[in-house]
Design a protein around this ligand. Structure first.
Ligand SMILES: Cc1cc2nc3c(=O)[nH]c(=O)nc-3n(C[C@H](O)[C@H](O)[C@H](O)COP(=O)(O)OP(=O)(O)OC[C@H]3O[C@@H](n4cnc5c(N)ncnc54)[C@H](O)[C@@H]3O)c2cc1C
Length: 394
């Protein structure tokens, strides 16, 4: 194991997946997380077939199987009228076309599964209360400085410390994360609390002027996950995620479909989440140091691919280090393999957000009518457009 020590900054989905991928290849891994305890926000997440392929490779699927929800379909509907634009079959279809299921899961369930898998590995260790303040390249590798302790050395250092990454700031200069002009509402509500007003048990994107919402199911289908994305001029609150009031959420979505109103009214914990982004980077690497996940390529959630990209990064990075003994070359290879795809995903996420937020009736018709016609003639024509995303081989 000499010279195969990896330090990973950040114990989010990306950091844990990367730690696991490297541990499975025989690396000694130390994941350093600033939080006193590992906990994920109370929110759902969609994992498309390309993400499931990674979880399969990492052996994580048996740990999440009971919590997964596989929707029959993904639909695009108008938030105000409820009118359906298109419906894409998913259950069964995704497995046949892309080799894996399209699923919905609570973030905490995925996070716990990755954490348990990592902890089960004898060569992996997670340290909480370990806030990193910077790094230094030394002895053929890199050391991180911890706020409350000494340095920790790794032959490689992976910055998986999210959109406000300190590793990225040091590597690329502090360009500061920028408010994207979009704020997300998030809540999770038991289906039982909604009676007949529960949103349909599919993935539904509800589109409207300057905003959209997404409803999914998590915890095996027993809970509804709601995400509402609203354009807003500025973010003046302290922090990035703050508790929000039902009244404020109803101001944004109260006149939309009754099932959405019902979710907001039944919620016992609504959060508002400012969406921040950063410009595309010239490089993700500094010698033995590389960035991964949101630290490298934060994106709006409108493609539901941010966490999935972090999962893909993790296995591509581990493979690159496995097949190339020169670490710096290996990390450059990882960057070269991942950057075109993640940059494209960043752009498409922005495009999708605009597409869901058409502000005039004319623009809505011009955008959604061709989609509706195409999906009625052949859902496969829309599925084909997802092939580059869902068929990706790591
Ligand atoms: C509303 C919303 C909905 C979304 N839906 C989806 C979806 O359906 N599908 C999907 O694939 N993606 C989705 N995403 C995107 C996804 O959540 C992110 O892309 C993903 O969580 C990024 O993971 P990460 O590990 O790179 O970063 P993070 O999750 O941000 O983790 C970074 C970790 O690093 C730690 N850290 C930070 N700084 C330090 C430091 N200095 N020292 C030590 N530790 C540090 C943090 O505490 C954190 O634990 C969504 C995002 C939003 C906002």
């Amino acid at each position: 194991m000499t010279n195969r020590r990896a330090v990973i900054a950040g114990g989010g989905i990306g950091g844990l997946a990367c730690g696991l991928a490297l541990a499975l290849k025989g690396w000694k891994v130390e994941v350093l997380e600033q939080a006193p305890e590992l906990a994920e926000v109370g929110a759902g997440i969609q994992i498309s077939p390309n993400g499931m392929a990674v979880l399969d490779r990492l052996g994580v699927i048996p740990r999440i199987e009971d919590t997964l929800f596989e929707p029959e379909a993904i639909e695009l509907r108008m938030g105000l009228s409820g009118r359906r634009v298109f419906r894409l079959p998913m259950k069964g279809y995704a497995q046949d076309r892309w080799g894996q299921r399209f699923v919905q899961i609570h973030r905490a369930d995925l996070h716990t599964a990755l954490l348990d898998a990592l902890r089960a590995h004898p060569t992996a260790r997670l340290r909480t209360n370990a806030k990193i303040t910077g790094y230094v390249r030394e002895r053929g590798g890199a050391s991180v400085y911890l706020e409350r302790a000494d340095r920790v050395f790794g032959d490689v250092l992976i910055g998986a410390d999210g959109v406000r990454s300190v590793i990225r700031d040091q590597m690329c200069g502090s360009d500061r994360a920028r408010f994207t002009g979009q704020v997300a509402w998030r809540t999770v509500v038991p289906v039982d609390a909604l009676g007949d007003d529960a949103p349909p048990p599919f993935g539904v994107i509800w589109a409207g002027r300057g905003k959209h919402a997404v409803t999914t199911r998590v915890r095996g289908g027993s809970h509804v996950n709601f995400v509402g994305i609203v354009e807003q001029d500025n973010w003046t609150e302290e922090g990035w995620s703050i508790p929000g009031s039902t009244q404020d959420a109803l101001e944004d979505f109260g006149d939309w479909q009754p099932c959405l109103r019902a979710v907001l009214q039944a919620s016992s914990g609504l959060f508002r989440w400012a969406l921040f982004g950063r410009p595309t980077l010239a490089t993700w690497c500094d010698g033995p140091v590389a960035l991964l996940g949101d630290a490298a390529h934060p994106m709006l959630p409108s493609m539901a691919q941010g966490a999935v990209m972090a999962l893909e990064d993790a296995v591509v990075l581990a493979d690159a280090l496995e097949s190339e003994p020169d670490r710096e070359v290996a990390l450059k290879t990882y960057e070269a393999r991942r950057k075109p795809r993640t940059s494209q995903m960043q752009e498409r996420s922005l495009t999708n957000a605009h597409m869901f937020h058409r502000r005039t009736g004319l623009k809505q018709v011009a955008t959604y009518a061709p989609m509706a016609i195409a999906s009625r003639i052949s859902a496969a024509s829309i599925h084909r457009q997802q092939d580059w995303i869902y068929s990706y081989k790591t």
